[in-house]
Ligand binder design. Structure first.
Ligand SMILES: CC(C)(COP(=O)(O)OP(=O)(O)OC[C@H]1O[C@@H](n2cnc3c(N)ncnc32)[C@H](O)[C@@H]1OP(=O)(O)O)[C@@H](O)C(=O)NCCC(=O)NCCS
Length: 530
């Protein structure tokens, strides 16, 4: 089991201007070619330098020049190719289809090993790749666990290391976990940014209703007592179509950089699994930027610049060819005031109304979270007094006449360290969290979309006011309805959703075969993993 993110799609390649219906200018996709690492799609397949033979033809016949041009349009891939010699690069290209080359999928996904090479994962109760294509699979547990037969003892660790159970209510232990993650957690491929979860964030993410310290697993160096690895989980309930499951959400799988590639991750995964089994939890949900056997859904990161200039200065946003700083800043300008009538911060008194609205809304998605009242309170009501440290930002729209809560929107705060930059130390990122609106239940699709555009644009305005630099969203929920229109740019990060010990037929990830947001591919994922 692992957690999410591939630096949550962070990285300079991740701020492509959105595909909009605007009049083409130097800022529309056709001209907005990034400097180095951004990929994008423009034109139809036929317009791409003679590369109109179809994916299979292209695989074998692509000329060097065509390959070069294609790579120019997919800088994320180009960057990965830079580390390969000529032959390896040619072989990798042959493995990829034209569509993939054009739409910014990088090698990582394609680098998926065959099942036999997943030495650890092939031993786990997860669906194998080759189960795909056999048509509909019946949803259900893969292995029935007999708790009596679960080992009472953890597996042995390599010499010099020992298991630890972290007590995160102890500030010292919370700080130790924070320290490990701050220095060793998820980075982008170029080691320019590293996720930096605050201590308030870890408190919020790991001490949710029902949490147990047994599920906050660490590894310590026996002599120095230093914390060198972690894997954590919190319990919750999810729905996979019509089935409700008690699961653990796994996050913060991390191994100290000096201990990488020593097969510690599988041992951590097995240990947290053992501790879950002993506590009567037999399924898990987790996300990862890497391909493992086998995603139940795959989504893509999108990024909306709030402070374009800063993103440019730290190397996150490239300058589109022919554009200027002034134009980019103007393009990403937002109104100063919100538009949704009655929009205000969510308070404790709104918990029941938000729960009712959100629960109905989330059931529109095949994979969704079934929040209890306590969870709504924990996850959505801000408990932190200062805005600088605030983790979750939630807002409701209250009808002035009926006082009914008609809309709800939220985002959470997660900084990234800028690893080497003289001017900026960090990027403040707002991540789209849960939202819901009564208009979703009307038959009028157009009104729903318009309401969503207003609500999410307001979330951008509020995030900007709270000094966030960028707003990230995945192609989950109904996000494909607003991403491009609200000027979110395609990232190069994919996020794969996984279920442990549960087989489920695939759930749409909001993107089409060209890896672009597609309104007809919504209705799949309704869970946000931190
Ligand atoms: C992810 C991480 C813990 C893996 O550790 P590692 O030392 O590179 O790998 P190990 O030698 O211990 O283990 C390799 C096994 O773990 C699997 N693995 C690697 N990353 C994984 C992930 N994110 N989730 C689950 N399994 C993962 C590999 O597929 C491999 O198993 P296989 O033989 O079945 O293919 C480590 O690279 C790390 O801390 N990275 C930074 C933080 C991070 O990315 N965390 C995961 C976020 S999704």
């Amino acid at each position: 089991m692992s957690d999410s993110k591939d630096v949550k799609g962070k990285g300079p390649s991740s701020n492509e201007p959105a595909q909009t219906n605007e009049t083409p200018t130097d800022e529309t996709p056709a001209a907005a070619e990034p400097s180095s690492k951004k990929h994008k799609l423009f034109g139809s397949k036929k317009e791409q330098d003679g590369a109109d033979e179809g994916a299979s033809g292209t695989k074998n016949k692509m000329s060097e020049k065509a390959a070069e041009m294609l790579l120019e349009k997919n800088p994320a891939l180009k960057n990965e190719m830079a580390g390969l010699d000529r032959e390896q690069a040619a072989a990798a290209l042959r493995k990829m289809g034209l569509e993939e080359l054009l739409t910014g999928l990088s090698l990582k996904g394609k680098n998926q090993k065959d099942m036999a090479s997943y030495k650890f994962w092939q031993t786990q109760p997860v669906p194998h790749f080759n189960e795909k294509g056999k048509g509909e699979v019946a949803d259900g547990p893969i292995k029935i666990i007999d708790p009596e037969r679960v080992s009472r003892e953890p597996d042995a660790l390599i010499e010099g290391f020992e298991w630890a159970t972290l007590d995160l209510s102890d500030e010292k232990e919370l700080s130790e976990l924070w320290d490990l993650l701050t220095n060793h957690y998820v980075e982008d491929d170029n080691a320019m940014f590293r996720l930096r979860y605050s201590q308030e964030f870890l408190h919020w993410a790991l001490m949710s209703p029902g949490w147990k310290k047994e599920w906050h697993v660490g590894v310590r160096a026996t002599k120095s007592r230093k914390l060198v690895a972690s894997i954590c989980g919190v319990p919750t309930e999810i729905r996979v179509r019509d089935q409700k499951l008690k699961v653990i959400e796994i996050n913060f799988l991390c191994v100290h950089k000096k201990l990488r590639s020593k097969r510690l991750a599988p041992v951590l995964i097995k240990e947290v699994t053992r501790r879950c089994y002993l506590n009567g939890i037999y399924q898990a949900v987790y996300t990862a930027g890497v391909i493992l056997p086998t995603p139940v859904s795959s989504c893509r990161y999108y990024h909306r610049a709030l402070d374009w200039l800063k993103l440019y200065e730290v190397g996150f946003s490239p300058m589109p060819t022919g554009s200027t700083k002034a134009r980019q800043i103007a393009r990403n300008q937002l109104p100063s005031a919100t538009s949704t009538p009655g929009l205000r911060p969510m308070e404790a008194k709104d918990i029941d109304a938000v729960r009712d609205l959100l629960d109905r809304y989330l059931q529109r998605f095949q994979l969704n979270q079934a929040f209890s009242r306590e969870e709504i309170q924990h996850w959505l009501v801000n408990q932190v007094p200062t805005e600088a440290e605030q983790v979750v930002f939630s807002y409701v729209a209250e009808d002035s006449e009926t006082h009914k809560i008609t809309d709800f929107v939220s985002f959470y705060s997660l900084e990234s360290t800028v690893i080497q930059n003289a001017k900026h130390k960090g990027v403040r990122t707002a991540y789209m969290y849960y939202y819901a609106t009564e208009t979703a239940f009307n038959a009028d699709e157009k009104a729903y979309k318009e309401r969503l555009l207003m609500l999410i644009n307001d979330a951008l305005i509020l995030a900007k006011k709270a000094r966030f630099d960028v707003f990230n969203a995945l192609t989950i929920h109904d996000n494909p309805l607003f991403l491009e229109q609200l000027k979110f740019g395609a990232g190069d990060g994919q996020l794969h959703y996984y279920l442990y010990n549960y087989r489920a037929s695939p759930v749409p990830g909001g993107v089409n075969e060209r890896n672009l947001p597609d309104e007809s591919k919504t209705g799949g994922v309704g869970i946000v993993m931190l």
